[in-house]
Design a protein around this ligand. Sequence first.
Ligand SMILES: [Fe+2]
Length: 259
Amino acid sequence: MFDFLKPKPKTAIPTFAPLGIDIHCHLLPGVDDGSKSNEESVACMKVMRDAGFEGIVCTPHYQYPRFPNEEPDILRRFDNLKLDLASINAPGIPQLKGVAGEYRVDSGFARRIQQNQFLLVGGNYLLTEFSLHQQVIGLDQVMFDLQMKNYEVILAHPERYPYYSSSSSKLQHLKDMGVYFQVNILSLIGFYGEGPKHKAFEMIEKGWVEFLGTDMHNTLYAQALIDATHDRKVIKLMEKHTFLNSQVQNQQPLKTNKI
Ligand SMILES: [Fe+2]
């Protein structure tokens, strides 16, 4: 009762320490709709460290034509970010474990499969996303082609696609095809609305969710992450369920396929 009268928590607690690393965030500055500067990235990273993450993998969007990122440029920017952070001596941030991508399955995706043009979050794990507005045409073939090349496909935030909201059979079909699911932590506190929140809990309870991610973009998300670390339902969920985030790290070193 009178929740709005309670003061907002100012700092995070390490609720997400069991995850170890975050495999989904947009903290490589200036390349997509995520962080705009090193300072903003550092502010977000400090919150993530307080929330329990010891390491992060940066996963900028690759999406035509909105974010026409290409891997060589992203790798160069990532190296620069690491140098910058070392030179400004930013204490209390997670380790930068690597840079990968959140690859939109769009018109440019077939070319990427053909040329193995992906940066992976670890091992053979490839983080993908779909349009929020329309289903991918020919998705089964895309997944088959990826699996033929031994990619372990992770779908980012399946709880957020409205065309999967009313029925679980399409999501069940993806699980049957061997697709891993990564739910956004912020979905669990209703950051994207009640529908994704409900779906996120439902899928985790079904045992369909292998990974949690922050999908951190900016300090607004960081503030929401602080709230999530104090949320009783989220704390309970973290006590009850195990996720595979740290296993991505323990596999082969992060690798780059042919670029
Ligand atoms: Fe994302």
